[in-house]
Design a protein around this ligand. Structure first.
Ligand SMILES: [Zn+2]
Ligand SMILES: [Zn+2]
Ligand SMILES: [Zn+2]
Length: 504
């Protein structure tokens, strides 16, 4: 009965009742031996599984035992009149339409959505169907597929289009799909199950962004120039880098900023009644005088490429000046560490990440790639594998880290079951985004970049630069440079003598 067809009062009387489990007045999902249950309590009770204390069988335990102990017991022992067995596979649990369990319901749904002309799942998509069906929580996959009110597209629509072959199984096809969040998620699933070849996630995101950005460029010439710059300069650079290691979020944003800056520069020239062809030294000098250092840094690539491509004559492009924030002072770092380790009111996830920055001078792009397998146990000592040898973890932090590992959130999301990432993200098989983690850490008041430079500086003051490099995964040249800046003269210690024997 639809809500609109009955009066509010009738609807209330029929469907809303006090739940015998939680005591709240809610929509009635069923009548059980102990009374009416609401949807939440109904579903929650059917997730409890184990050995029934009444009959010693391994089953779902939605019932409640005696008045006092209220231990979960099986439907038979609790005197349920209905069964929770799936009419097809006999699995016990929450039942959907036609008395089918969640997995059988999902299986039918996928067959319907991913079907080709023959009515069976399109063969290329079989691995996708399998991956979705094998998810630890099929119910959340069903929820994910569902079309939300007021939304034009949904994962459901995308799957149906895939099944009918209306979406090509190429990365190119996915760049423009809407809704983009669902499309990005789906693309990651397709890569995870091998239907689409693996490509760098950041490059995917950059390419998708680029299409949207080009659409905003009104001037056709500008648009073409920016596209050429992206195709022949920015993307090949990213791809070459991705061949050796994953692109960091920072590199992807820098690439995007280069494109934005190039677009803005062309607009600026046009406002001066110039085009790229007529751009001269005076234009460049004026632009440099009017813009800030970070903008200059981002335009440089476009100017150099334009010259190399003979789009503008050889002009003088000023060399960038790099200004860095001074490293955080030792006492400040120690005070922050103390707060992070002791203040249990702070959220655990950014606390743990911030301590890794402060103790081990790790960039967030590497912290998000740590897995729980990088946390090692040697007797009572807990170690973190950042390089060789693994770094010992001081006891207060070890406690914090192990608590976090137990509690990691995002674990139950449909596409990230059994994640090994220390900071699992919301996308399939992906860790958290370094920028999201940075936001959370900044909210704690920890400036990650100065904290990291402060920490690495302290490490090279306490240990020889090459040892620091190996243990914390830094390049030896970097640590040597930091050591020189910090005024350390470790070279006078014999190799192998890694203990600090005096003030240097
Ligand atoms: Zn309830
Ligand atoms: Zn029983
Ligand atoms: Zn079933």
């Amino acid at each position: 009965m639809r809500r609109s067809e009955v009066s509010e009062e009738q609807y209330e009387r029929w469907h809303i009742t006090g739940c015998c489990r939680c005591g709240q007045r809610k929509f009635k999902a069923g009548t059980w031996p102990d009374g009416h249950v609401c949807r939440t309590c109904h579903d929650r009770a059917l997730r409890i599984r184990g050995r029934c204390p009444g009959c010693d069988q391994d089953r779902v335990l939605p019932g409640l035992g005696g008045e006092q102990d209220r231990t979960p017991i099986c439907p038979d022992c609790a005197g349920f009149r209905t069964s929770f067995r799936c009419s097809r596979c006999e699995t016990e649990g929450k039942l959907h339409g036609a008395r089918l369990c969640t997995r059988c319901t999902l299986s039918d749904r996928l067959r319907e959505l991913l079907a080709d002309e023959s009515g069976e799942i399109r063969p290329e998509l079989a691995p996708l169907a399998k991956a979705l069906l094998d998810a630890r929580k099929p119910l959340s996959i069903l929820g994910w597929l569902y079309t939300r009110k007021g939304q034009t597209g949904s994962p459901e629509t995308l799957l149906r289009q895939l099944g009918r072959g209306e979406i090509e199984l190429t990365h190119q096809a996915f760049h423009t799909l809407q809704p983009w969040r669902a499309a990005a998620h789906l693309r990651e699933l397709l890569m995870a199950c091998g239907v689409l070849p693996r490509v760098d996630k950041q490059i995917c995101s950059f390419e998708r962004w680029l299409i949207a950005h080009l659409d905003t460029v009104a001037d056709q010439d500008h648009r073409q120039l920016v596209q050429r710059f992206a195709t022949w300069e920015v993307l090949p650079r990213l791809r070459a880098r991705a061949a050796t290691k994953p692109i960091t979020a920072a590199s992807r944003y820098f690439a995007g900023d280069q494109i934005k800056q190039a677009t803005a520069f062309l607009g600026w020239l046009a406002a001066r009644h110039h085009s790229l062809r007529s751009c001269d030294q005076a234009d460049i000098d004026t632009w440099y005088a009017e813009h800030r250092e970070h903008e200059r840094h981002r335009l440089r690539g476009f100017l150099l490429w334009s010259m190399a491509s003979k789009l503008i004559p050889r002009l003088r492009v000023p060399t960038p000046v790099v200004v860095r924030n001074p490293p955080m002072a030792h006492h400040e770092r120690m005070a922050l560490l103390g707060q992070l380790l002791n203040n249990d009111d702070l959220p655990l996830r950014p606390r743990v990440a911030a301590v890794i920055v402060l103790l081990y001078a790790q960039p967030l792009s590497r912290i998000v790639r740590l897995t729980i397998d990088d946390v090692l146990h040697d007797g009572d000592q807990v170690l973190l594998r950042l390089g060789q040898p693994p770094s010992p973890i001081p006891t207060p932090f070890a406690r914090l880290l192990l608590t976090w590992i137990d509690k990691r959130d995002n674990m139950n999301t449909a596409t990230n079951p059994n994640s090994r990432w220390l900071f699992p993200g919301r996308r399939a098989e992906q860790p958290m985004h370094p920028r999201s983690l940075a936001d959370l850490i900044n909210k704690l008041g920890v400036p990650t970049s100065t904290a990291r430079t402060g920490a690495i500086r302290q490490h090279v003051l306490e240990m020889p630069a090459p040892v620091v490099a190996d243990a914390l995964g830094y390049h030896p040249v970097t640590t040597a440079k930091i050591a020189t800046q910090a005024g350390v003269t470790w070279s006078r210690y014999a190799p192998g003598d890694h203990t600090r024997t005096g003030d240097s």
